[in-house]
Write a protein that binds this ligand. Sequence first.
Ligand code: NAD
Ligand code: TYD
Length: 367
Amino acid sequence: MKILITGGAGFIGSHVVRRFATSYPQYHVFNLDKLTYAGNLENLRDVEKLPNYTFIKGDIVDGDFINQIFEEYNFHAVIHLAAESHVDRSIISPMDFIMTNIVGTVNLLNAAKGNWQEAGGKEISGSGSGSSSHSDPENRKLFYHVSTDEVYGTLGDTGYFTEETAYDPHSPYSASKASSDHLVRAYHDTYKLPITISNCSNNYGPNHFPEKLIPLAIHNIKNNKPIPVYGKGENIRDWLYVEDHATAIDVIFHNAKVGDTYNIGGHNEWKNIDLINLLCNIMDKKLGRAKGESAKLITYVKDRQGHDLRYAIDSSKLQRELNWKPSLQFEEGLEKTVDWYLANDEWLNHVTSGAYKNYYETQYSHR
Ligand code: NAD
Ligand code: TYD
């Protein structure tokens, strides 16, 4: 089976590429990535030498190019992760998000539809609504769209996002992801394209670009720089270790019913300020600092515009139907993450120069 994974040089994509290329030597994994500021082939150094892995540099916004690679390789399946992914950037430059997350997704849908219709005659094989997608693993087709819980909007103090929660996105990022989710479903309903979608909560772990809360805080604590906490630090996110997300994607890819949607989350809610305090304690220990030293760097800054208060995922459908559950406790995962960042100075130095440096220096003036 030839699987096209988009955005495989990014944070989550690199873990998904590694999992598929190493666990399934019988598959060939094609990683299509534009290598934006967030894409980094250093994330895949150990995978590059595998015979069942090919990197393709390219932009999903370029429809002709996408059609061309489908014609050349005849992919059986797509796992689509390529996206602009940072909410703060979407507030500054929404159009990049519209182009990549919406137009790019439609280009992939069109190419898959065209290629799979050609291969399977009028009907796209494996497209029966509700049918299991693996009766014939070699011939089945699947467009797996990786999405976020942010499409559901925000929660108050109680309740969870389920697969039935109505979409109510607030940021340009989440609105662009919601739009792409709707388009993926529309291609299923209209053209019978075999699709599945998962909506996951906030990920953390190795290879995370240090503009998102956890890696930014680790980077700043290490360098004795202020840790920016938006507003009062009372917003809540539900954190999942990135390898647990990759495992969930594997399970869903192989077992989901075509057309179905799954929420993925760790049942692991943290107020931002509590998370930062926990991280500061871990960093004090790891860096041999006195207890409380790192927490002195906490700096409350102006709140994010339209800042969603709380995300919390109900992933019981995935647990019940496909027997997936997260493997790591948060404290353990966070410590593993800190260890990875402290052991990978070169990676961190590399990604914090160039485009990131400019972003970091200007981010506060934009909010
Ligand atoms: P990321 O920003 O780390 O990586 C995105 C990757 O996509 C990069 O390698 C980048 O080079 C590539 N890319 C961007 N624009 C492209 C284009 N036009 N053409 C080809 N490649 C392009 O993102 P991430 O955090 O790994 O997120 C991956 C996916 O998972 C996204 O679709 C995101 O919406 C979704 N998601 C992320 C989280 C999270 O917590 N990070 C949670 C749930 C869902
Ligand atoms: P982030 O990692 O950007 O993920 P998302 O916005 O997609 O949930 O932010 C996580 C939470 O941390 C969110 O409530 C915003 C907050 N935050 C800060 O307080 N300071 C920061 O510097 C960043 C990047 C985020």
